[in-house]
Design a protein around this ligand. Structure first.
Ligand code: CA
Length: 159
């Protein structure tokens, strides 16, 4: 089932220009407004000044890492900004580290265009509803409110 599309403002933070342009083009062709940034520090300033509906965030960035940006955004932003973290890493500890820093969802490179669009929309809806704290990534489930995680339905012990 395809969710009804709505126009969003998305800040894409990625220092690899070809990928950033590809993501921006993809989002724009789906009708969204896109701002682009390649430096972590500038991206944080931009997101705090003009909060986007969704932040698409690369992990490895000059200026400020994606994880540090995410943490500072959580501390400083007046309103919650949904963060979709992009990364080449795909191991469980990396994902948990991302979520601990405040990411709302996670996408491993390379990813399908369709999946990026669907996740960005889902994040914006979740933020709008402000209710759903439970995230699912494959076999992994995470409750952002209680800070509990499950894999294949089995509770994980987190440090
Ligand atoms: Ca990068």
């Amino acid at each position: 089932m395809q969710p009804l599309a709505r126009a969003l403002t998305v800040l894409v933070v990625e220092d690899h220009a070809p990928l950033r342009e590809q993501i921006a083009l993809l989002l724009r062709s789906a009708g969204h407004r896109v701002d682009e940034a390649s430096d972590g520090r500038l991206a944080l300033a931009s997101a705090l000044q003009t909060p986007p509906d969704v932040l698409v965030l690369d992990l490895g960035l000059p200026g400020l890492s994606g994880l540090a940006l995410c943490r500072q955004l959580r501390e400083q932003a007046a309103q919650p900004i949904p963060v979709l973290m992009l990364t080449a890493r795909d191991t469980l500890p990396d994902k948990l580290e991302g979520f601990a820093a405040g990411a709302d969802d996670y996408l491993t490179k390379p990813f399908a265009s369709e999946e990026l669009l669907v996740r960005v929309l889902a994040l914006s809806r979740r933020a709008g509803a402000g209710l759903d704290f439970r995230l699912h990534i494959g076999s992994l489930a995470l409750d952002r409110r209680s800070r509990e995680a499950w894999r294949h339905g089995q509770r994980l012990v987190l440090p």
